[in-house]
Design a protein around this ligand. Structure first.
Ligand code: ATP
Ligand code: MG
Length: 785
C-alpha cells in the first residue's frame, strides 16, 4: 500500500532522480547547500520501502542532529504510512546507544547504563584528578576531558595512545583511571557510546555479520563532518565491496565545520576511493534560497582556496537584498532584532520560521533576555539546556540513584543536597573507604564510623526506601514522590530564586509526561512494532515519531528485557538537546549557534555579531585553515535562509565580563556588494555616529522593515493510521497479579501490563532478580498458576 512510486519521485530533477533510484551500488552525492541532498536521502528511503526493495528494519540512516532526525522522520511519515519506530534513523550517538542497549552484556556494559553529559563528564574527571592527588593547575580538568574525548574519537584506548613525554604518560594514566571509574559506576560518556559499539562490531563476528545482513541500505547525511571513528563504524556495518548492500553518502565540503572536533572532510575522498564509487553525483540547483542570498553565499565561499568545486544556481529570482545593520552595542543589536522579528511576525511569518543565529553560545544571553523581557516565546537549541539546569540535575541525580545505587556521580551530587549535615570531611572518608575496597560509595557507607556514618546510612536508606515505595508507580508518580520525599521542593520554597526553580521541577514532571505519551510508554499508547531481534523484519503500520535519540525501549536481544520507563526517561534526558524554553508546540523564535543550524532552513534568518574576533572567531585567526573553517561556517549560516536574510554587527559588546570594541567582519568585504542593502550607512572601519543616529530614528518608529511573502503552507502530515490489535498481554493470556516463569529470571509476579501488539510489555517482580520490564514480543513468559 502507500503512494505510487511515481508520486514520490514527482518534482525531482534528473540528477536527484538518478540518486534516488540508484541500484545497489555505493554512491556519493556531493552538492552545495539547499540542493536537496537531505531530500534525496529521505526520498530514497521512501522509494526503497515503497518498491519493496527494503523493509523498515533493513534501513540504517544517520543524520547529524536530533532535530534533523526528527525532521527526516516527519518527512518520511508524510510520504508513506511507515513503521518509523522499527527504523534505525538517528544520530551516530543515538544509534550507538540503541545498539548498546540491545547488546549491553556483549559490550561489557552495566545493564541500564547511564550516559554522562559533558558536565557530568567534567566532574567525573575532576574526581579522578583529585583521587590521583594531581595538581589541577597542571592537569586542567577541561583539557583532560578534551584529551579523553579526542582519544576516543580517534578510536584509541589508553594502551593505544602514543606516549611522548612525562605529561602525556600521566594523561594516559588519568584516562585509564577515569575509564575504571566509569566502569565501576556503570556510566558511559558520549565518546564511549561510539567507541564501544565500534569495538563490539569489530570483535564479535557473528554480531557484525548479523547487522551487515540486516541493513541492506545504509545512508549518511552530512558526510563531510564524520570523524575517523564514525567512518570506521560505518565500514564495520557496510564494508566496501559487500554484495547486495547499498551505501549512499551525501555531503558538502563547503559545509565541513567540525574539524575542531576531529571531523575529516577527507572521508569523502576516502569513501569515493575505498568504495570505488562509479560516479559522484552533483546537484547544482538550489531550491531553498532566493538569488541574492545564494549569490552572497557563493561569493563568500569563493574566497576559500581548499574546495572540491561546485556550482549552485537558482530559478527562484533574485528576491530581496540581504539586509545589513550596524549597531552601537550588543544590547542595541538585541533590541533591534527583537523589533524586526516582531514586525516579521506581525506581517505573517510564523515565529518558528525566524531564526537568530550566533557564532558562540555566550552571545545568546543578551538575545534571550531581550526576548524574555518582551514576552516573546523563543526556544534555544544547544546552549544551557533544560536538563542541564542545576535543580533539574539534582532531581535527575535522585532518579538515577533509584535506577542504580552505585552511580557515584549522582551520589556525590545529592548526598548533601538539600543539606543533611553531611560535611566534606565525611564524604572524603567515605571516598577513601570506597577506594580502598573498590566498591561504590553507597556500598561503603558501613565503613564510616560514628555520627557521620549514621547520616550517610540515613541517606542510603532514604534512596532505598524511595526505590521500594515507587515500585509499580507511573513515571509521573515516581518523580512526584521523589520531589516530595527528598525535600527538594521544600528546599527551593525557602530559596530566593526558588520560584523559578520550582517551576523547572514542575516542568520536569511535564517533560516526563510528554515523554511517556510521545514515546509510547503510556498505557494508551499507540502500539508500535519493535524489531530489535533483527531476524524477522517487521513491516507493519503505525507511526508517531519514535525515539529518535536511539530507542531506549530496545529490548535485550536475549532475554527480551527492556528499560523501565524511568531508565528510558533518564537516557532521553541525557541525549535530548533540550528545547523546553517555549512550551512544546508553541510557536517560538528559534535561537541557536550556527553549528546547530546545519541542515535546517527558515524563512527569515538573522546572523548576529558578525565582527572580527567573534566571526571569524579569534581562535581561528592564527592560521589560514582556521579562517577557511570560519568562512564555511558563515556559508552554512547564510544558506539557512529562504526569503530574507539579515547580517548584523555591533561596535561594542560585553563578552566574558568585558566590554570589547569590535570591527565589522572581513566577511562583509567578501560578499558581493550588489546583494547587500545597508540599513545603516556603510562605514569603513569602526565607530560610527550614523549608526547611533539611525538607531534613534529607528526607535522613534521609522522602521525599515518590509513585508516578507506570506508564510509557506506546508502540507500537514496525515494522521497516523489506527493500529488495531489485541493487547499482546491478553493474547498471551497474562494479567496483573499473575505468577509467571521466565527462563532466565525464574518465577515472578506481573505488576504492570502496557502497550499493544509488538510493543506490549510487562513489569514483573522476580524473586531474586527484582523488578524487570520485559518486551512480550521477545520474552517467553509462561503462566504458572
Ligand atoms: P543542506 O546542505 O543545507 O543540508 P540540502 O542539500 O540537504 O541542504 P534540502 O534540505 O534537502 O537540501 O533541500 C532544501 C530545500 O529545497 C528543501 O525545502 C527541499 O524540500 C527543497 N527541494 C529540494 N529538491 C527539490 C525539488 N526537486 N523541487 C522542489 N523543492 C525541492
Ligand atoms: Mg541537508
Amino acid at each position: 500500500p502507500g503512494s505510487a512510486p511515481s508520486r514520490l519521485l514527482q518534482g525531482l530533477n534528473p540528477e536527484q532522480l538518478a540518486a534516488v533510484t540508484l541500484p545497489a551500488v555505493p554512491a556519493l552525492v556531493l552538492a552545495g547547500a539547499g540542493s536537496g541532498k537531505t531530500r534525496v536521502l529521505t526520498t530514497r528511503i521512501a522509494w526503497l520501502l515503497n518498491t519493496g526493495q527494503a523493509s523498515p528494519g533493513g534501513v540504517l540512516a544517520v543524520t547529524f542532529t536530533n532535530k534533523a532526525a526528527k525532521e527526516m522522520l516527519t518527512r518520511l511519515g508524510a510520504m508513506l504510512p511507515v513503521a518509523v519506530r522499527g527504523m534505525w534513523i538517528g544520530t551516530f550517538h543515538g544509534l550507538c546507544n540503541r545498539f548498546l542497549r540491545a547488546h549491553w552484556k556483549l559490550a561489557g556494559l552495566a545493564q541500564g547504563f547511564q550516559i554522562l553529559d559533558s558536565s557530568d563528564q567534567l566532574s567525573a574527571v575532576k574526581r579522578v584528578i583529585k583521587a590521583m592527588n594531581l595538581d589541577e593547575e597542571r592537569f586542567v580538568p577541561k583539557q583532560v576531558s578534551w584529551f579523553i574525548a579526542g582519544c576516543k574519537e580517534e578510536g584509541e584506548r589508553p594502551r593505544d595512545v602514543d606516549v611522548r613525554d612525562e605529561q602525556s604518560r600521566k594523561l594516559v594514566e588519568i584516562y585509564q583511571a577515569y575509564q575504571d571509574q566509569c566502569e565501576r559506576e556503570g556510566v558511559v560518556d558520549f565518546g564511549e557510546l561510539m567507541l564501544r559499539s565500534y569495538e563490539l562490531l569489530r570483535d564479535n563476528e557473528p554480531l557484525r555479520e548479523h547487522y551487515r545482513r540486516r541493513f541492506s541500505h545504509v545512508l549518511v547525511d552530512e558526510f563531510q563532518d564524520t570523524n575517523k571513528l564514525q567512518y570506521a563504524w560505518l565500514k564495520m556495518l557496510a564494508p566496501p565491496g559487500l554484495m547486495g548492500q547499498s551505501v549512499l553518502a551525501v555531503g558538502d565540503d563547503d559545509q565541513s565545520i567540525y574539524a575542531f572536533r576531529g571531523a575529516r572532510v577527507g572521508n569523502m575522498a576516502d569513501f569515493e576511493r575505498e568504495y570505488r564509487v562509479p560516479r559522484v553525483i552533483k546537484l547544482e540547483q538550489n531550491y531553498r534560497s532566493f538569488g541574492h542570498i545564494l549569490d552572497a553565499a557563493n561569493g563568500l565561499i569563493s574566497h576559500n582556496a581548499q574546495r572540491l568545486g561546485k556550482n549552485l544556481r537558482t530559478e527562484a529570482g533574485v528576491g530581496e537584498p540581504v539586509r545589513v545593520v550596524e549597531n552601537t552595542s550588543d544590547y542595541a543589536e538585541a533590541q533591534w532584532l527583537l523589533e524586526e522579528a516582531q514586525q516579521l511576525h506581525r506581517s505573517g511569518t510564523p515565529r518558528s520560521e525566524i531564526a537568530l543565529l550566533y557564532r558562540s553560545n555566550a552571545q545568546s544571553r543578551v538575545l534571550e533576555s531581550a526576548l524574555f523581557n518582551a514576552g516573546v516565546p523563543y526556544r534555544v537549541y544547544g546552549g544551557l539546556r533544560f536538563f542541564e539546569r542545576a535543580e533539574v540535575k539534582h532531581a535527575l541525580a535522585y532518579l538515577r540513584l533509584l535506577e542504580n545505587a552505585n552511580d557515584d556521580t549522582s551520589f556525590l551530587r545529592v548526598v548533601n543536597f538539600p543539606t543533611r549535615g553531611i560535611g566534606a570531611r565525611s564524604i572524603e572518608q567515605l571516598q577513601d573507604a570506597a577506594r580502598a575496597s573498590g566498591r561504590s560509595l553507597a556500598q561503603s557507607v558501613g565503613a564510616v564510623p560514628g555520627k557521620a556514618g549514621e547520616k550517610l546510612r540515613g541517606f542510603v536508606d532514604l534512596i532505598d526506601g524511595m526505590r521500594t515505595a515507587t515500585q509499580g508507580l507511573t513515571l509521573r508518580e515516581i518523580i512526584e514522590h521523589m520531589l516530595a520525599q527528598t525535600g527538594l521542593v521544600d528546599f527551593y520554597r525557602t530559596d530566593k530564586e526558588g520560584q523559578d526553580r520550582i517551576e523547572n521541577l514542575e516542568e520536569l514532571v511535564n517533560a516526563a509526561e510528554s515523554f511517556v505519551t510521545q514515546e509510547g510508554f503510556g498505557k494508551d499508547a499507540v502500539a508500535l512494532p519493535v524489531d530489535e531481534q533483527g531476524g524477522g523484519d517487521v513491516a507493519s503500520t503505525a507511526t508517531a515519531p519514535a525515539l529518535i535519540t536511539g530507542d531506549p525501549a530496545a529490548p535485550d536481544a536475549e532475554t527480551g528485557e527492556i528499560m523501565s520507563p524511568l531508565a528510558a526517561f533518564l537516557t532521553h534526558a541525557s541525549l535530548e538537546a533540550g528545547d523546553n524554553q517555549a512550551q512544546a508546540g508553541q510557536d517560538a523564535i528559534q535561537l541557536m549557534t550556527v553549528h546547530s543550524a546545519k541542515g535546517l532552513e527558515f524563512d527569515a534568518v538573522f546572523i548576529t555579531g558578525i565582527e572580527e574576533g567573534l566571526f571569524p572567531h579569534e581562535q581561528s585567526l592564527s592560521d589560514a585553515d582556521g579562517v577557511e573553517e570560519e568562512r564555511r561556517l558563515m556559508y552554512v549560516a547564510i544558506t539557512r535562509a529562504r526569503k530574507r536574510l539579515y547580517l548584523s554587527f555591533s561596535q561594542t559588546r560585553m563578552l566574558h565580563g568585558q566590554t570589547r570594541y569590535n570591527v565589522k567582519s572581513r566577511f562583509f568585504d567578501e560578499i558581493p556588494e550588489h546583494t547587500l542593502k545597508w540599513l545603516t550607512p556603510r562605514q569603513q572601519g569602526f565607530g560610527s555616529g550614523y549608526a547611533r543616529e539611525y538607531q534613534q530614528a529607528w526607535q522613534r518608529g521609522s522602521g525599515l522593515s518590509g513585508i516578507v511573502g506570506a508564510g509557506r503552507v506546508e502540507p500537514a502530515a496525515p494522521p497516523p493510521p489506527p493500529f488495531v490489535a489485541a493487547a499482546a498481554g491478553q493474547a498471551a493470556g497474562l494479567r496483573v497479579g499473575q505468577t509467571v516463569f521466565h527462563t532466565k529470571f525464574g518465577e515472578g509476579i506481573v505488576t504492570t501490563l502496557e502497550g499493544r501488539g509488538a510493543d506490549a510489555r510487562a513489569q514483573v517482580q522476580f524473586g531474586r532478580h527484582g523488578s524487570k520490564w520485559l518486551s512480550l514480543a521477545i520474552a517467553k513468559l509462561t503462566p504458572v498458576d
